[in-house]
Design a protein around this ligand. Structure first.
Ligand SMILES: NC(=O)c1ccc[n+]([C@@H]2O[C@H](COP(=O)([O-])OP(=O)(O)OC[C@H]3O[C@@H](n4cnc5c(N)ncnc54)[C@H](OP(=O)(O)O)[C@@H]3O)[C@@H](O)[C@H]2O)c1
Length: 353
């Protein structure tokens, strides 16, 4: 049975949910997956940092309700988040990067990933910034250091669009995709169909915790743009940057646009898409689109996400599921660790059967 030592960078919703799962599910993972996870370090801007080579108790980490700089009171702890030292020196096999998404240059998460990979540590991340902006470089760095850079949760949280496309649909020839990749904007459009105006629908999304205090990244399409870049680069072999993808959000749609669509047996959806053109180039876009009711994405409601992959051999293949959520996104990290484990212990699944 394998034990993976992990270092958590960022200890907000997602990494905290991973620690909660570790506190309860290690025995199940030992039995079903062939490994357990041991948290040897945590670094967080608010809480500080701590290294414990023998492992920190996950339940205590989750339940202790530390104050600002609270890790400073632990053995091996400091009130400051010294990410570089933690990433380079903690005795971790895997660095779990879940700090904030910087859509402009991906920092400081790109540096976190570089430090880890250069130290011979695998990286799993849910952070869209380093994946959208530096995936090519980071994948090459991982390969040069014989480790993995995995990021299933960067698009559609734990819903396995990247792995399904790359593993299960290998050979099906993906020619493009269309997706509903932002739950907040989809929720807002749904409430507008039920009669709310845009501002009231956004306010309701904020009250329910779907939308941030500043909803711009969600409703203006910037969050979807990063996901389009990630999927286009990953699934279609493109080399797009965010600025290459034309981006329009839903804030200009009025209730009369919504009513006119309903009369025409269609619905407005914020669609992130990319397509391989006849000349081999790839074009990505984010825009509100009026979809006929029979379209595979037209019936995707509320905060649910979905992506419809256009394949040569199967036609459209549509996957829908959660696009956010602490536990759902922590599951994506687990799925990345399972992928690393299976790549290094390929016989485990057979032995366990
Ligand atoms: N939650 C989801 O549903 C979801 C889904 C898909 C992807 N993601 C992505 O996953 C990542 C984590 O999400 P989350 O929901 O856990 O966010 P979160 O709750 O805001 O947690 C992020 C944590 O990282 C800390 N942090 C920020 N910058 C840091 C730095 N330079 N060094 C150390 N710690 C730092 C933050 O501290 P402060 O609070 O003091 O800044 C916070 O505790 C984000 O990139 C997010 O976009 C989230």
């Amino acid at each position: 049975m394998k034990i993976y030592n992990i270092a958590l960078i960022g200890f907000g919703g997602v990494n905290r949910a991973l620690a909660e799962l570790i506190a309860t599910k290690n025995p199940l993972w030992e039995q079903d997956l062939g490994f357990r996870l041991n948290i040897v370090a945590v670094s967080d801007l608010y809480l500080g940092s701590v290294i414990s080579p023998n492992g920190l108790d996950a339940k205590t980490l989750v339940e202790a309700n530390f104050a600002k700089g609270g890790f400073g009171g632990l053995s091996g702890g400091s009130a400051e988040a010294d990410n570089e030292a933690i990433i380079k020196t903690a005795p971790a096999d895997i660095v779990v990067e879940a700090t904030f998404t910087n859509p402009t240059d991906g920092e400081p998460a790109v540096s976190h990933c570089r430090w880890a990979l250069n130290s011979g540590k695998h990286v799993v991340t849910t952070n869209k910034g380093p994946v959208a902006i530096a995936a090519r470089e980071l994948k090459a760095l991982a390969e040069a250091n014989s480790v993995h850079f995995e990021y299933e949760g960067s698009v559609m949280s734990g819903t396995p669009v990247i792995r399904m496309a790359e593993k299960t649909l290998a050979g099906a020839e993906i020619k493009g995709f269309e997706g509903i990749l932002n739950g907040t904007s989809n929720f807002v459009l749904g409430r507008m169909e039920q009669g709310l105006d845009f501002a009231s629908a956004v306010a309701e999304a904020q009250a329910l915790g779907y939308a941030e205090a500043d909803p711009t990244a969600d409703v203006e399409g910037f969050d979807v743009r990063l996901k389009v870049v990630i999927l286009a680069n990953e699934l279609l072999g493109a080399n797009l940057k965010p600025e290459d993808v034309a981006c329009n959000g839903i804030s200009k749609l009025s209730t009369s646009d919504i009513r006119a669509a309903a009369k025409a047996e269609s619905r407005w959806k914020l669609v992130g898409s990319a397509v391989r053109n006849a000349d081999g180039t790839i074009t990505g876009s984010v825009a509100p689109k009026q979809l006929a009711l029979g379209h595979p994405l037209a019936g995707v409601n509320g905060a649910t996400n979905a992506v419809s992959l256009n394949t040569e051999l199967l036609g459209p293949v549509t996957l829908s599921g959660p696009g956010a959520g602490r536990v759902e996104t922590a599951f994506a990290l687990l799925s990345d660790i399972v992928a690393i484990h299976n790549a290094h212990s390929p016989n485990f699944a057979k032995e366990a059967a």
